[in-house]
Design a protein around this ligand. Structure first.
Ligand code: NCC
Length: 276
């Protein structure tokens, strides 16, 4: 039945995905300008043992959710890009354990990635849309946005904050899985930060709740809970194959459909708990 299919999907994730950050000294990161830049410890060591993790999408439908307390009760909370907590605690909580940022944001003048205090809490994990099937060298030569210079600049200004770069192999491994499980050809762009962050937490945590990635009854055209900007593409996708990603997560959900509808909450078992 449907639940069995969901477990099979999760097992495919576990068997096929490379969920890790870059190690010091590998490939192009052996160059002298990278000395001391990439962390010696991986994310799992950095965060210590975790039982429950929350992934908080940036969707406008988090407004008036009242989910803040529930979100903060998790051992670790992952947030995305420029999503703030100050002023939005009631709906999204105040704890930030990991912040996943895309390279477009890192390079954008308006976002002030190097000095906005928004980026000071938690461990940063940076990612960039790598060319399809590229190796590290090829990606290093032509990232989508200047992730590498920005990452080094951030490390120089904040030497005590842990910061990682996501291994880009994950993007296209996930994309292949999304494509195999879709009924039509999807756009050849990497998955959204939302799915990457969810999979990252599935690799670190035995129990993961994802909030407002699958839209609840509060679904709205409001793009983000923290901005007056309306665009249905934020929820359904344009560049990212969002609709297809979300369909995959819907099938993997172990929680009730009513929890999605009422609370925007998806429940997923961590990859380490699966007996595949
Ligand atoms: O908007 P964004 O995403 O930062 O949102 C983070 C993740 O939350 C989920 N989401 C968001 C809004 C919404 N209405 N529904 C949702 O489900 C998505 O899973 C999304 O990934 C990104 O994925 O990195 C993205 O980043 C923004 C933008 O670069 C950053 O916010 C920085 O300003 C992209 N927006 C634009 O390029 C204009 C967005 O396409 C993807």
């Amino acid at each position: 039945g449907a639940r069995q299919m969901g477990l099979e999907l999760l097992c495919q994730l576990k068997a096929r995905l490379t969920v890790r950050t870059l190690h010091p000294g590998e490939g192009p990161f052996a160059a002298p300008e990278w000395r001391g830049i990439l962390p010696e410890r991986d994310l799992a060591e950095e965060l210590g043992p975790l039982q429950t993790c929350a992934v908080v999408s940036s969707a406008g439908s988090l407004q008036k959710s009242g989910l803040g307390k529930e979100i903060d009760a998790h051992d670790a909370v992952l947030r995305f890009n420029a999503a703030p907590t100050i002023g939005y605690e009631h709906d999204v909580g105040s704890k930030t354990t990991v912040r996943l940022v895309n390279s477009q944001l890192m390079a954008s003048k308006e976002q002030h990635f190097l000095d906005n205090p928004l980026y000071d809490s938690g461990v940063l994990v940076a990612w960039d849309p790598a060319p399809y099937a590229a190796d590290l060298q090829e990606w290093y030569r032509s990232p989508d946005y200047p992730i590498f210079t920005q990452f080094r600049a951030r490390r120089a200004q904040h030497p005590h904050q842990a910061a990682h770069i996501l291994h880009p192999q994950l993007e296209w491994e996930l994309w292949e899985l999304i494509q195999e499980n879709a009924a039509e050809a999807i756009q050849r762009n990497p998955p959204s930060s939302g799915l990457l962050g969810t999979v990252l937490m599935l690799s670190l945590c035995p129990l993961v709740h994802v909030y407002e990635y699958l839209p609840s009854r509060r679904q709205t055209d409001l793009c983000h809970y923290y901005e007056h900007f309306q665009d249905a593409a934020c929820t359904l996708g344009a560049y990212h194959p969002l609709l297809f990603e979300k369909n995959l997560v819907r099938r993997m959900n172990r929680g009730l459909d009513a929890d999605v509808f009422q609370h925007g909450r998806v429940t997923l078992p961590g990859l380490s708990t699966l007996n595949c």
